[in-house]
Every structure is written in structure tokens, then in C-alpha cells.
Design a protein around this ligand. Structure first.
Ligand SMILES: *[C@@H]1O[C@H](CO)[C@@H](O)[C@H](O)[C@H]1NC(C)=O
Ligand SMILES: *[C@@H]1O[C@H](CO)[C@@H](O)[C@H](O)[C@H]1NC(C)=O
Ligand SMILES: *[C@@H]1O[C@H](CO)[C@@H](O)[C@H](O)[C@H]1NC(C)=O
Ligand SMILES: [Zn+2]
Length: 428
């Protein structure tokens, strides 16, 4: 008897160790640091982009007009510092060791998961999100409706939920987690779904009940699972390339609208912003396009959740030379969101502008396709918290505050849309 118990105990210890150390094949980022590099000239920018092509040593985290955030491997640090001096740019370190942040996040997820419940004190996996969706759909059968957007390259189901309290509401479409590593986006999307169904606050009830919501918590399902199981920093889809050993496409450059124009995406399959071999080459994006175009008259507003950098970005992405006809309205709408968020006690500041105007040309994005090709006149990319202190590895303690900001921001955005006449029903 006692021998058996001993063996069982031994096996359990072995399992626990196997799960947490021995068989962990996750990519590690020990001593990888992230630098904020500020530049002024086009030459400096070109030099930085060139540097980032060394994909073994550098990874682009964020890119703006005058600033790039680069993750640097420990082996390349000396060379990087020499190059920085030569190029006369300023580089400030803001993350010393990316693996430490990943470890902390993992530990916090583990602690929060011990009571076994779905929640917003941790980042949930795709299986957890889908199990929770099933519970929600079963608990609110009249108000909610599940739908399937399509299948991913690896044959996972891309699921959505519609929430509608009454007929005749304007429609709001929310796309989330198209970029795999941006975990705060699906955490926020699921929190919003929960609020719309369970909140007793009058303000939230009014917001929830006077709009129809179409929410995709995780669009890039393959990439998302990959970030949980293999590489926390993965961004793209998981479809292999015919011309390279590099895997995946930037799904937010894969829509058929000004695809690959003006250097708005890379032709290099290894780049983080690879636009793909053709528009809609990614089944996830084709599925999204099929669904949105088949239902476009239902959507007054489309919002795409991203992180990080605290920005609201509107069309156009492919050019900063031209602006959409209703650009002024879009700016008013963005201002309403930013002002509402800043009015919360957290005081979080959002900036806004057109994608190409405020950042750099980026073509083939969801919001540009929805605006240009589907006549959805208010479309926004929202880049959530933070501005680089944690970047993509935002601690779970930020989930609820970030989601509260999204809620009040979206409420203000929709109020402004209504005032400006964007919430009229399109057809009957
Ligand atoms: C990270 O850097 C520290 C300090 O230089 C060093 O002691 C440690 O061995 C490094 N870790 C890895 C995994 O290289
Ligand atoms: C470096 O940049 C500073 C500030 O922009 C400028 O004053 C200086 O002339 C530059 N030096 C070189 C060698 O380009
Ligand atoms: C997806 O499913 C199809 C049909 O069952 C199969 O042919 C294909 O190999 C699967 N793809 C992957 C990546 O598993
Ligand atoms: Zn993104």
C-alpha cells in the first residue's frame, strides 16, 4: 500500500515538474531588452528598419513617425549601442529583461487560475474563452446569439457573439486579437461582453441595450494559441509560406483595400508586417471579409482592438496625403473617446489621428477595408494601454482598468456618432 502511494506521489511530482520545467518548449527571451529609439531624419529611420531586418537579434515592437521600439537580443547589445552612437539617435531602455515580464505574467495567471474560474485577473486561453462563451450563450439565450466567422488555417473555429436587447438598434462590430500577442484586447472584449449582460449600472445598461453588438473576441485564433503555447511575442497568422521558411502573415495588412500600396506592408515573408502573397490569402481574414460584407448594412461602427500605445487611428492607412471626406467627424468622435477616458481617475491619455498621418503608411488593415470597401463610415483601430512600460506584456492588474476605459470611451464615441447622424439604420 504505502509503496503504491509513494509511487503515485512520485508520479505526481514528475508530472508537475514536466509541466512546469522539463518539457517546456516555449521560446525564451532571457535578457532581451526593449529600447525606445527616437529619430529625426529619414536616413536614421531607414537605418533602424535595416537593423530590424536582423530577425535573430531584433524584433520590432512599435513604430511611429519619430520613434521605434526595438527588442534587442543580449548577444547584439554591444553592436546595437555602438550603432546608436554612430547614427546619432537616442535610445532609452524601458524593458531590461522581457523574460522576467513573461515569467511574472505566467505566475500571476497561474495564481489566478487556481480557483478554476474564468475571470479578468488573468489572461485566459482560447479554450477558456470558448468555454465561457458557451456558458454565456446558455445563460442568456434570448439576448445573445453565437455565430461562426469561419475556420482558421489550423482548422480552429473563429467564433463571435451577437448581443441584442431589441430590434431597431444601430450595430457596432468589434474585432479583437487579430494580432496574436495583444492579449489585452481579448481580455477587454470578454469583459465588455460580461458587462453588457450582467451590469446593473444604468449607464452601462443604456449603452448595452441601445446598440446591437457583434463581437469577435479572438480573430487570429491560431496565432493566439501559439502565443500561449510557444512564443509569447508572436504577432502574425500561422499559415506557412510557399517562398520562405518564415511562417505567417500580418493579418492586419491582408485585406483587399490598397493592399501593399505605398510601402504600407512588407513583401518579405519574414517581416512582422508581411502583407501576404495575395490579398485575403489568410483564411481568417477571408472569413472576416465574407461575414462583414454579407452583413454590412447592420454595422454603423466598426472598432478593431489592438495594443499598445494608447492611440485611436482612423482611415486612411495607405496615405497621409489625403483624408477621408468625413475626417473632421472622425476626429470629433475620437476626441470624445479620448476625453472620456482621460476623465476617469486613471487619467490615461489617448492621442488620435489617421493611421498614416499619426504613425506611418499601413495598408490593407481591417478599418481601411471596412471604410473604403464596405461603406462603414466610422471605423477605428484602438491601441490600448500602455505606452511601452510593459508593452504587449501588460500585467493582468491592468485588464479591468483598461476595459473600464474602453467602456466609457466607446460610450462617448457612440454618443458623438449619434449626434453626428452616424447611427441611423441603413436599411430595413
Ligand atoms: C542574463 O544576464 C545576467 C546578468 O548579466 C546573467 O547572470 C545571466 O546568466 C543571463 N541569463 C541568461 C539566460 O543568459
Ligand atoms: C546629432 O544630433 C544633434 C541633435 O539633433 C545635433 O545637434 C548634432 O549636430 C548631430 N550630430 C551629428 C554628428 O549628426
Ligand atoms: C484542416 O482540415 C482539412 C480538412 O479536414 C485538412 O485537409 C487539413 O489538412 C487541415 N489543416 C491543418 C493545418 O490541420
Ligand atoms: Zn495590433
Amino acid at each position: 500500500m504505502s509503496v503504491n502511494i509513494f509511487l503515485v506521489a512520485l508520479a505526481l511530482v514528475g508530472l508537475a515538474q514536466g509541466a512546469s520545467f522539463g518539457q517546456d518548449t516555449r521560446i525564451r527571451y532571457d535578457n532581451h531588452s526593449v529600447y525606445k529609439v527616437r529619430f529625426e531624419t529619414k536616413d536614421q529611420r531607414d537605418w533602424l528598419r535595416k537593423l530590424a531586418e536582423d530577425r535573430d537579434n531584433f524584433k520590432l515592437w512599435h513604430e511611429a513617425k519619430d520613434e521605434i521600439h526595438l527588442m534587442v537580443s543580449p548577444g547584439a547589445l554591444d553592436d546595437f549601442q555602438k550603432e546608436v552612437l554612430k547614427a546619432n539617435v537616442t535610445a532609452d531602455i524601458f524593458i531590461k529583461n522581457v523574460q522576467e515580464l513573461i515569467n511574472t505574467e505566467k505566475a500571476e495567471n497561474f495564481m489566478a487560475a487556481r480557483d478554476g474560474s474564468f475571470g479578468w485577473s488573468k489572461y485566459n486561453t482560447l479554450d477558456e474563452i470558448y468555454a465561457w462563451l458557451d456558458e454565456i450563450l446558455a445563460a442568456y439565450p434570448v439576448i445573445t446569439e453565437g455565430f461562426v466567422l469561419g475556420q482558421s488555417y489550423e482548422n480552429r473555429t473563429i467564433r463571435g457573439i451577437k448581443i441584442s436587447y431589441k430590434s431597431g438598434n444601430p450595430g457596432v462590430f468589434i474585432e479583437s486579437n487579430i494580432h496574436a500577442r495583444e492579449w489585452i484586447t481579448s481580455a477587454t472584449a470578454t469583459w465588455l461582453i460580461n458587462e453588457f449582460l450582467t451590469s446593473t449600472d444604468d449607464f452601462v445598461r443604456e449603452l448595452a441595450e441601445s446598440h446591437d453588438w457583434y463581437i469577435i473576441p479572438v480573430l487570429n485564433v491560431d496565432g493566439f494559441v501559439y502565443t500561449h503555447e510557444k512564443d509569447r511575442m508572436w504577432r502574425k497568422t500561422r499559415q506557412p509560406s510557399d517562398i520562405s521558411t518564415c511562417v505567417g502573415v500580418d493579418p492586419n495588412r491582408n485585406y483587399d483595400s490598397h493592399w501593399m500600396e505605398n510601402g504600407g506592408a512588407s513583401e518579405n515573408p519574414c517581416a512582422e508586417d508581411y502583407g501576404g502573397p495575395a490579398p485575403f490569402s489568410e483564411p481568417e481574414i477571408q472569413a472576416m471579409a465574407n461575414y462583414v460584407s454579407a452583413n454590412k448594412e447592420k454595422f454603423n461602427v466598426l472598432i478593431a482592438f489592438h495594443s499598445y500605445s494608447q492611440l485611436l487611428l482612423s482611415p486612411y492607412g495607405h496615405t497621409s496625403e489625403e483624408f477621408p471626406p468625413n475626417f473632421e467627424d472622425q476626429m470629433e468622435v475620437a476626441k470624445a473617446y479620448a476625453d472620456a477616458v482621460e476623465s476617469l481617475p486613471y487619467g490615461t491619455v489617448y492621442r488620435y489621428g489617421s493611421s498614416a498621418g499619426i504613425l506611418y503608411p499601413a495598408s490593407g488593415a481591417t478599418i481601411d477595408w471596412a471604410y473604403n470597401e464596405q461603406d462603414i463610415e466610422i471605423t477605428y483601430t484602438i491601441e490600448f494601454r500602455d505606452t511601452g512600460r510593459y508593452g504587449f506584456i501588460l500585467p493582468p492588474t491592468h485588464i479591468v482598468p483598461n476595459a473600464e476605459e474602453a467602456l466609457i470611451g466607446i460610450a462617448a464615441l457612440l454618443d458623438k456618432c449619434e449626434e453626428l447622424g452616424y447611427l441611423e439604420l441603413k436599411t430595413l
